[in-house]
Design a protein around this ligand. Structure first.
Ligand code: ADE
Ligand code: ZN
Length: 317
C-alpha cells in the first residue's frame, strides 16, 4: 500500500496508452506499426529523440474522437486503480484533428464525456503545443486552447524536444492562453539546463514547470523557485528511463524538496517508462524514506497548484 489519495499533474494522454491498447487499435485498423514495439511487446526506443519518434508513430493509430474517448477511459480507469483521484492530462490538438478548431472541439468533447463517465477521478485537460513542431503551429494550438477554455480545458503547456527553438519563440501562444484564463506550465529543465527553466519563467510567465529538475545545478535558481513558490511537476521514473539521472538515488527531487522548492510527483508517459504512480511512490519511500507526512505535503502542493476551480480544489485539500 502506498499513500492515497494521489494527485497527478503531469500525464501525457497519448503517452499513457499501454502498448496492448495501441496494438489492438492498429489491428482493428489494419495498420502496421513498424519499429514501435520490441520483441517483448514494450515500446522500443533508445534515447529521448527515439522516444519522441516512437510516441508520434504510436499516436498515429488514434484517428477519431471515439479512439480518444476509449483511450481516456482506459487511462483513467488505470489511474483510479493507482489511487489517483485527480489528474491533469496533456492533450494535443496536433494529433486531435491537426489543430483545426472544429475538429478539436469534437475530440475535446469526446474526451470530456469519457472522463466524466469514469467514477472516482476528476480529469482536467492541459492543451499542449509541441516544441519541435515550431511557433506557428503552437499559435494554432493556443487558439484551440483559448477557444475551448472552460470547465475541462484549464491549462496550456508545451512539450517536445527542448533542443529546438527557445521559450521566447512561444510568447504569442502563451499570451493568447493567458488571456483566455488558462493556467500555464512548460516542459523545461528536463534535457535543457537551468537556463531553460529561467527562460520558461521569464519569457512565458508560467506558475508550474514540467520537470524543472535540472534547476538543481544552479543555487540561485533553486532559491528563486523556492521564494516564488514555483511548482515542479517532477517525474522521477521518466528522468531515469530517459537517462537524465542514472537511478532514483541520484535524482535531485529530495534535494529540491529539502531546499523548500514545491515538488509534486507524476509519471509523464507511464507505459513508455515502465512505471506507475504506485511504483513512483514506493521508490521515493524506499530511496529517500518519505513518510505519510511527505506524501501528504506533495499532494497538498499539487492540490494548491492544480488548474481547477476552487470548489474542486477544496475537495482535493
Ligand atoms: N512529450 C511526452 N513526454 C515528454 C517528455 N518527457 N518531455 C518532453 N516532451 C514529452
Ligand atoms: Zn512530460
Amino acid at each position: 500500500m502506498t499513500f492515497d489519495p494521489k494527485i497527478e499533474l503531469h500525464l501525457h494522454l497519448e503517452g499513457a496508452a499501454p502498448p496492448e491498447f495501441v496494438g489492438r487499435l492498429a489491428d482493428e485498423k489494419k495498420m502496421r506499426l513498424d519499429g514501435v514495439f520490441n520483441e517483448a511487446g514494450s515500446y522500443d526506443y533508445k534515447d529521448f529523440e527515439g522516444f519522441l519518434q516512437v510516441y508520434e508513430r504510436a499516436t498515429e493509430v488514434l484517428k477519431t474522437p471515439e479512439d480518444y474517448a476509449r483511450l481516456t477511459r482506459a487511462v483513467l480507469e488505470h489511474s483510479v486503480e493507482q489511487g489517483v483521484i485527480y489528474t491533469e492530462a496533456f492533450l494535443s490538438p496536433d494529433f486531435c484533428g491537426g489543430r483545426d478548431l472544429t475538429a478539436w472541439r469534437e475530440y475535446m468533447h469526446a474526451m470530456q464525456e469519457a472522463a466524466g463517465a469514469v467514477p472516482g477521478i476528476e480529469m482536467r485537460g492541459i492543451v499542449t503545443c509541441i516544441r519541435h513542431f515550431g511557433p506557428d503551429k503552437a499559435r494554432e494550438t493556443a487558439r484551440c486552447a483559448a477557444e475551448t477554455a472552460g470547465d475541462f480545458i484549464t491549462g496550456f503547456g508545451i512539450g517536445g524536444n527542448e533542443g529546438l527553438f527557445a521559450p521566447g519563440d512561444f510568447v504569442w501562444a502563451y499570451d493568447c492562453a493567458r488571456e483566455a484564463g488558462l493556467g500555464l506550465t512548460a516542459h523545461a529543465g528536463e534535457f535543457g539546463g537551468p537556463e531553460s527553466v529561467r527562460s520558461a519563467l521569464d519569457d512565458l510567465g508560467v506558475s508550474r514547470i514540467g520537470h524543472g529538475v535540472r534547476a538543481v545545478e544552479d543555487e540561485a535558481l533553486i532559491d528563486r523557485l523556492a521564494e516564488d513558490g514555483i511548482v515542479l511537476e517532477v517525474c522521477p521514473g521518466s528522468n531515469v528511463a530517459l537517462g537524465v539521472y542514472a537511478n532514483i538515488a541520484a535524482h535531485p527531487i529530495e534535494k529540491l524538496r529539502e531546499r523548500g522548492v514545491k515538488v509534486t510527483v507524476s509519471t509523464d508517459d507511464p507505459p513508455f517508462f515502465h512505471t506507475t504512480m504506485r511504483e513512483e511512490y514506493e521508490a521515493l519511500e524506499r530511496t529517500f524514506g518519505w513518510d505519510g507526512e511527505a506524501f501528504r505535503q506533495i499532494n497538498r502542493t499539487a492540490a494548491e497548484a492544480a488548474f481547477c476551480d476552487d470548489a474542486t480544489r477544496a475537495d482535493l485539500l
